[in-house]
Design a protein around this ligand. Structure first.
Ligand SMILES: Cc1ncc(COP(=O)(O)O)c(C=O)c1O
Length: 289
């Protein structure tokens, strides 16, 4: 709760939360922080961390870790500036803080690699995973490199349902499937999906951005491609209409639609989904005008 900045409703009436948590803007590639030009935005954000956050708000030697999503999920399927995480890694090494990579939504083969951070050539110190790890059975995991994990004394971390044998069996079977076929399927079908959506974007000016890696794909609706003004009412109608036509998409962030299908999806499924999406957008456009 303390380290999430997803929605205030999650935190409402839950305080006080853990002190000593600070936030910096996400290195959003579509809407770069500080309105900086895309090729300068990572440097500006790193500069903000070093010369504002560390100089005025928290001394760097007291920073334990940076926790981040490699690609934002609930925040709107927001993809990072390509060069940001390697720069953050350098900063972590310079000041001695850890990088905690939350792969709960993006990880485990969905993006065509085990972990989404692999697309950005960055080695985190800790990774968290859940959701896709056991195909719906309840399981989450915290993975840390040697040197960190062995600092926990035996029994320091315990809970009622941890180590549930049924969930563990489901996770082992799931990991095997991901390794043997589903990660590759996510990569191949995801590329096909993204291409089809980029084609669709040409027909609809309300689609401001289409972005994706593997089967983690976001579409952002905007009122105007120049100003990138959010268009949530358009997005909401498209999601509802698609649902009524039999395809389940889900909103995320202020104005984005997330495409996060099961990794078993085929190209034929994609064709159906994209046709439905096109129809839903057309109808929404007529209604909203
Ligand atoms: C990126 C991310 N981290 C963490 C969580 C919370 O995961 P859990 O419910 O397994 O604690 C979510 C849930 O949506 C998530 O998307």
């Amino acid at each position: 709760m303390s380290v999430s900045a997803s929605k205030t409703i999650h935190k409402r009436y839950f305080g006080p939360l853990m002190p000593g948590v600070f936030f910096v803007p996400y290195p959003n590639a579509y809407r770069p922080p500080f309105n900086a030009p895309a090729d300068k935005a990572s440097d500006q954000l790193i500069d903000y961390i070093e010369n504002t956050l560390f100089a005025r708000i928290v001394p760097p030697e007291e920073v334990a870790a940076f926790i981040f999503e490699p690609i934002q999920g609930e925040g709107g399927y927001v993809f990072p500036l390509e060069d940001f995480f390697p720069k953050l890694r350098k900063l972590a090494d310079k000041y001695g803080f850890l990088l905690i990579d939350d792969e709960v939504q993006a990880g485990l083969g969905r993006t065509g690699k085990w972990f989404a951070i692999e697309h950005y050539n960055t080695q985190p110190d800790i990774i968290t995973i859940a959701k896709g790890i056991a195909s719906g059975m309840p399981m989450g995991a915290f993975i840390a490199r040697e040197g960190l994990m062995d600092k926990w004394p035996m029994g320091a971390h315990a809970n009622t349902f941890g180590g549930n044998p049924v969930a563990a069996a489901a996770a082992l079977a799931t990991l095997e499937l991901i390794e043997n076929e589903l990660m590759e399927n996510a990569r191949v079908v995801g590329e096909y999906y993204l291409e089809k959506l980029k084609e669709l974007q040409k027909d609809f000016e309300e689609i401001g951005d289409v972005r994706g890696k593997g089967l983690m794909i976001g579409i952002e609706f905007v009122k105007d491609r120049e100003t990138k003004k959010y268009y949530p009412e358009f997005r909401d109608k498209v999601v509802l209409k698609s649902f009524q036509k039999g395809v389940l998409f889900l909103g995320c962030g202020p104005s984005a639609l997330r495409i996060a299908p099961p990794l078993i999806i085929t190209k034929e499924h994609v064709d159906i989904a994209v046709d439905v999406l096109a129809e839903a957008i057309k109808e929404t456009r007529e209604e909203i005008k």
